[in-house]
Design a protein around this ligand. Sequence first.
Ligand code: SF4
Length: 352
Amino acid sequence: MSLFAKIHGLLLDWYSCQGRTLPWRAKMGQTPNPYHVYLSEVMLQQTTVTTVIPYFNRFIERWPTLFDLAKAPLHDILVAWQGLGYYRRAHHLYQAAQQLAALPEWPGTVSALRQLAGVGEYTAAAVAAIAFQQPVVPVDGNIVRVMARLFGLASPPPLLKHQVQQQAQQFAMLPQPGHFAQALMDLGARVCRPHAPLCNHCPLQSLCQAYTQGTQTLWPTRAPKIPKPHRYGAAFIIMNPRGEILLRRRPNTGLLAGLMEVPGTEWSETPPSLPDFAQSWTVLSPSVRHTFSHFHLHLTLYQGGLSPFPSNQGEFWVKPLDLCDYPMPAVMKKVLAASEPLWYSLNNGENI
Ligand code: SF4
């Protein structure tokens, strides 16, 4: 028996007893639901399983089939997505649902799945293997770590990923590619963890190069982290005598596309100069700091009035109690939370 067949057998035996029970996952012997697999893979991009589970369950309860999702307004999907972050995924989900609903059947190959909005190499491979039993092994950071340790691959990234992809394809033609992919995912998440891997609970211990050499935590080598730049902006908290707050929708493309925000300045690399109309406005304390995937943002909050604010970007008033009906990114939730004492005082002490 080849080394790859041995690893494959050991891992599937372990997975049949120790694999995670997840709401989108078909048990061994059951047929996977492609919609569930696809939706979970989109949600799991950049997000942990624990965070995704309640979102997945809510989506499936509200939109039980792909066709239900395809009919949903983007606004509703964005509201339901609130808290998962990386909202571009929600836009892609909306677009891909339209694409899929127009097809006679689910695309089942990696190349066909890659035609869907937002579906990259990893997601396509994961859906193809898990939902359609295609002979492919999806390779993400967790699987790179497991394979690098297992086979003693010590190249620096991105060469390492290329090496792992080559090794992983040795498994692709073996039976049950979907369960094998999920077994690798589970091993990486629960046993072969980034720090302190649980080698004494690992089904592959006897075959593992890193375990044999005692170098588990040295693999894989990491590229040095590049510090994130800082950006600065001003956010304007404007309320009317009815205690409503002024919001606007961000543009439909770019960062946080289509989500709500309070009016404010552009976010730039140096603190922006305040527009003339806001020169006399009061600075609210504390300011808000939020970290995106590629920069740190510092927002100074200003309390202002509608006059002389040049309301010209489709702004509208929202009652504080209705804010949860609007898709709000995490940074704006921080802004609204920081300005909450102001709402409280302007709403005559009523607890909103
Ligand atoms: Fe990872 Fe340890 Fe298993 Fe090797 S023996 S694959 S390092 S958990």
